[in-house]
Design a protein around this ligand. Sequence first.
Ligand SMILES: [Zn+2]
Ligand SMILES: [Zn+2]
Length: 682
Amino acid sequence: MTTTVMVGEKPKVASKIAQALGDYSIEENRGVKNYIINTDEGKLIIAPAVGHIFNLDQVEEGWDYPVFEVEWKPTFETSDSADYMKKYYNNLRDQLKKADNYVNACDFDLEGSLIGYNVIKHITGADKDLIQRMKFSTLTSGDLQDAFDNLESFDEGMTEAGIARHILDYYYGINVSRALMKAVRKNDRYKTLSTGRVQGPALKILADREREIQKFEPDPYWEIYLNHSEFEAQWEDEEDRIWDGDEAEKVFSEVKDAKKTVVTNVKVNNYKHNVPIPFNLTGLQSEASSQFSISPKRTQQIAQSLYEDGLISYPRTESQKLPAKIGYKNILNKLKKQKNYKDLSKKVLNKKDLSPRQGKKKDDAHPCIYPTGEHPSNLSKQERKIYDLIVKRFFAVFGKAAKRQTLTFTLEVNNHDFKAKSKITKERNWYDLYEPYVRVDEADLPEMEEGQTLQVEDFEKIEKETKPPRRYSQSRIVNELEKKNLGTKATRASTIDRLYNRNYIENEPIEVTPLGLTIVSTLEDHCSEIVSEELTRKFEEKMRAIRDGEETREDVLEDAQDKLIEVLTNFKEKEKEIGAELVDTIDADRKRRRRLGPCQVCEEEGREDGILRIIKSNGNRFVGCSNYPDCENTYPLPRNGKIKSLDETCDVCGTPRVYVDRKKGKNYSLCIDPDCETKDDW
Ligand SMILES: [Zn+2]
Ligand SMILES: [Zn+2]
């Protein structure tokens, strides 16, 4: 009889696996639940990890760079916030000791391969031959049982690629961040700065757009409209805008007194609006952002928890494929049992041929995101939204293309053409399966025939300006990173989040702060490869090669070291000078972020330029005036949370308002005057 220890990625997942595999008993050890199943071969113990129980750390102490000597250490030893992991680590040690062989049942991706491998390897030193891999894409009983019956051998390629990615990210993160901070220290300042292998190029893409916007100078142009009682038509020649003011005035004067117009042309264009493709993570993030304004990072968290509840398939996938082997009918029949989806499920099931539309992107490990059909219970409002979106998209991909029609009417006035357009839906088809998430224009026009004369109400000439390039929203930048093959589906949203935390970017859509711009230009000037997409993409490609066994981890890491040594040696020589550039911006940025708005007391008493600022002294913080000691106006600030200026004043009393960003608990904004009426119900 043998004892097998299986490692699940999280406690919840371990429990799901146990439920799927049959009769189990629970043994609690150090406050952690383990699941025991007796099988024909012996005893199976399912023990949970809690994500990365091991993390990289430098071997030698100190703060110098470059560092390339790294080792894996229990995460609770290297990070204060990981104290809760200690009992899981100890429990795993207790359980793994009993094992004759091992199963890594963490999520099937690079991270999961690494989490399970690190635990087994560093606690037991076990040989790879003794480790089997369990591969599944949903946490449903059927899939888990099936995966357990078909355990795969050790996933060498994915594990090696996972190790390489972590070491590579550590090399870049630690070394370049240290280089930046040391440069600042050389100028007697301290500031936490960071960059990373994906973070650098991501920030550069955003900074490039910010610079375009700053450089942008708007051009004026004019549009001319014909107003009819039921619709409007726009002047159109080769273009629908006129760039010259005199020309616009000339056209306008030639039409403006006309009372009638003739329909000279009616053009009908029928076209198909194709069925949408199945969701991969980026697709889901982008749709959730446009439908519900939920951030990509939040969507990812919600999807992860829906997956852990067994409600949807594994969400960190690149795939837009919905393979038949997932069992379309079975899922639809299960969804049919949910009241909300009864009718739509039936509609899809009634189709003769169940063949979904699929996208181009593939993922070796997983299919697209789809619902398992399991009945959800106790979903939060946001979870319910994301779940509904995933279910409706699953229905929609089985639909038929919708039929749409564009009508273009050309109206003539004194040899000038005006065009009125409408778009309508002739056959809804998949729209019916995807409500309420269908976003199409439905603008109908009255019936008109060629040669018909119409009454005109009046004409309008409107001056407009060309607009600067659009800022990236969080979901658009995540999309852009995917398009450029930078980072992975699992990390893109959190990379952007880190840029916010470092104050390199702010707001939504994203604005790059002066600090963010300086970081990019410093890196561009002194180590341009760190922010270049090419280098990051090159290593992304190498990671794939390691996974497929075409390259070794050692070669790839050595290559990375050489590159970094070259870049950093160069950087170090100019440390002081680079630091001086950074310090100016850091100081200006601190001032800017502490500045809340004009002081009303100073205004009332006729003093000029009183500015309210956040002041920190002796561990306290409050708001004071720049004219102190002439002005003694102060306000208290909440004790907890990060205070951000909102650049706005209170509607009721005119005092500045601030935003309070709390790590734990809800964020809120408030007027800083404690006596303000808006505080009455606090
Ligand atoms: Zn003042
Ligand atoms: Zn107020």
